[in-house]
Ligand binder design. Sequence first.
Ligand code: NAP
Ligand code: GDD
Length: 344
Amino acid sequence: MNTKKIAFLTGITGQDGSYLAELLLDKGYVVHATMRRASTFNTERIEHIMEHERLHLHHGDITDPTNIMRLISEVKPDEIYNLAAQSHVAVSFEVPHYTAQVDATGTLTILEAMRAHCPNAKFYQASTSELYGGMEYNKNGYGVYNERSAFHPRSPYGVAKLYGFWIIKNYRESYGLFACNGILFNHESERRGKTFVTRKITTNMVQVQKGKRNVLTIGNLDAERDWGHAQEYVEGMWRMLQQDKAQDFILATGKTYKVRTFIEMTAKHLGWEIEWKGSGVEEKGYDKETGKLLVEVDPKYFRPAEVDRLIGDPAKAKEMLGWEAKIGLEELVERMVNYDLKHE
Ligand code: NAP
Ligand code: GDD
């Protein structure tokens, strides 16, 4: 496919932004993307595409309305993908005000720029399963979330993203803008930030095996997440903007696993079998064969309010977008561990 479409992308230096930029360039788009000035290099995930002739990088920050207004008025994109965020849930409890500025008001800033300068463009908002909060029960236990489920965010991050969700819907209804929310459940990869639980587990356990770290120190072992691979999810984002009508879609695998299961699978891939002993903050994981301590709990990783369990129903995306997650947890873990074995 060879289009001359112009995309404007925030968050290109992040996990999803890097995969999405690759996808858009492959599809022939001209990609304009914002990156933040940093005192150290923050372009590790996009080094391989930095010199691409159709990629244009601009300094930008979505908390700066003048910057975003100017860029969008100059670029006049056909499609806008807002992936920029303070995306760490635990950190949002420490920097709630900043998180709101980026994740809530930042979204509004881009919508206003679109309304003023390219009202016929299409807007993708990186919304999240954190809106749901994991508090819904039904007679069989926890609920499976779909696009009609009620929201109950449990962190400053979730609350800020809830504003983003509703302002997208409001601008769609008020001004007829093509703006949609992708309500994405957790997606991970070899490029996942190393402070999110999956990548923390794979990098730290590889380091333990290589003798570079003593133990993996972790928080809530029993949180459950619906984990897919990020590369597949960016395809779903793009498909949402190829529809005739703007709508909100869930992307998820429809399966959920505990953090402890992710640890066990990572360990297995490294040739260990975890034996758990103790409970609560005293719980520890040992290699069954040698008795070596591999995992311990530190309550400093507990959150003031936790999202216990997330599982999404991707039926609407399958039916209307022809999208479904193909990479299961086993393959996800294998890919991440193999990558970290080479690079850690
Ligand atoms: P990520 O790796 O943390 O990337 C976030 C990106 O946003 C980075 O490029 C970051 O730049 C940029 N950014 C942060 N603050 C900014 C600001 N004020 N102005 C401009 N850019 C800013 O996150 P991700 O996992 O790729 O997620 C992408 C989006 O999807 C986020 O909005 C996230 O909240 C949402 N989401 C993610 C998941 C998931 O499981 N991954 C699920 C649902 C929703 P630096 O590199 O300079 O920090
Ligand atoms: N980060 C982290 N570090 N999480 C831990 C740890 C730890 O040491 N130990 C246990 N956990 C638990 C958290 O308490 C949480 O229940 C779960 O592991 C997942 O945590 P994260 O990987 O940090 O992701 P998240 O689910 O809070 O948020 C991610 O997914 C959201 C979509 O549901 C982020 O990518 C958000 O930006 C995204 O919106």
